[in-house]
Design a protein around this ligand. Structure first.
Ligand SMILES: [Zn+2]
Length: 328
């Protein structure tokens, strides 16, 4: 059989990652274009269209025939129509956009597939990354927000209104903090990067000793999750306390999903997971401690493998899913 090729696009809050993928899962090309500081719909479309023009030219010069285009986007995405629904705190103006129409407006000759960014990441990890060989997995991305994607019985689970797998908005404290989604006590309000930084700032006001104080030299604006995770790996007490709280919140959410669905593996990606195995090990321990042993004993908690390429790889894979026509 002749190889086929597809373009994958991953729209994030700060950039557009994209690439050329072959039907056997090889990334032939991958890069990114930054989004401008001040963003609106038109500017985001300009970047997406310019990225697509570039990758399509490249494919053409290499005589590779493109079978389809896939795009992953923040927000709830109607897989059938391509419309972005729900809410997206980092790109609020993007709600209401139609991804399929927006791409076909410039490139009418291609079939377009569109889905939520965490769903496409889950699909990529399931087919080509840490989820290979499993049939039931939960995939999480830990960053500014917390994304979730569910693969059940080998298929992406989208739910009745495409909101399925939204792990970040599972309540873990029924009278807890308000979340940006309107709910209360969501995992995202305790285990996202902004929650982590908030915790650190509050701890630093009360504690004297922390390597973070030396690094920041009084300028708390310089605080990033990368610095916190560096300090955590060095055993800094403040960083460790904040990371442990985040891990506890995350573990509570994971145990909830695991008790409901009994998946084989939980795969963790996104910025915070880049800090490595120490962090993942912590999550593993917290889940074992909380969960029912009959359920968590065989559960694998793994770090995502495809890194920040998972989004555009998964977006390209959307068009090659078996039985995709019957999927909601
Ligand atoms: Zn929420």
């Amino acid at each position: 059989m002749r190889k086929k090729f597809a373009v994958g696009i991953d729209l994030g809050a700060t950039n557009v990652k994209y690439g050329l993928i072959s039907s056997d899962g090889k990334v032939l090309y991958g890069t990114l274009q930054p989004l401008p500081e001040s963003k609106n719909r038109r500017r985001v479309w300009e970047v997406i269209h310019s990225a697509m023009a570039e990758v399509l030219n490249r494919a053409q010069s290499q005589k590779r025939k493109i079978s389809h285009i896939g795009i992953g986007s923040p927000g709830t995405v109607n897989f059938l129509t391509g419309k972005v629904q729900g809410f997206s705190p980092n790109l609020p103006f993007w709600i209401g956009v139609n991804l399929k129409q927006g791409i076909n407006r410039r490139f009418p000759e291609y079939e377009v597939f569109a889905d939520n960014d965490a769903n496409v990441m889950a699909l990529a990890e399931y087919q080509l990354g840490a989820g290979r060989g499993f049939k039931d997995i939960l995939c999480l991305t830990l960053g500014t927000g917390i994304g979730g994607g569910l693969i059940l019985n080998g298929k992406l689970y989208r739910g009745s209104r495409y909101f399925g797998g939204e792990f970040g908005h599972m309540p873990i404290r029924y009278q807890g903090r308000r979340c940006l989604c309107g709910g209360k006590g969501c995992v995202e309000a305790y285990a996202s990067v902004p929650a982590l930084l908030r915790e650190i700032r509050s701890l630093l006001r009360r504690r004297r000793d922390s390597v973070l104080k030396d690094w920041l030299r009084g300028d708390s604006k310089k605080l990033t999750s990368q610095l916190v995770m560096e300090a955590f790996k060095l055993g800094d007490e403040v960083a460790t306390e904040a990371v442990d709280r985040l891990v506890e919140a995350l573990a509570a959410g994971i145990v909830g999903v695991v008790n409901l669905l009994n998946p084989e593996a939980v795969i963790i990606g996104g910025g915070l997971a880049d800090s490595g195995e120490v962090f993942i090990k912590r999550i593993r321990m917290a889940v074992r401690e909380r969960g029912m042993s009959s359920n968590t004993r065989g559960l694998k908690i793994l770090r995502a493998k495809l890194g920040n390429r998972a989004g555009f790889i998964g977006a390209a894979l959307l068009g090659w899913q078996r039985g995709k026509e019957s999927q909601r």
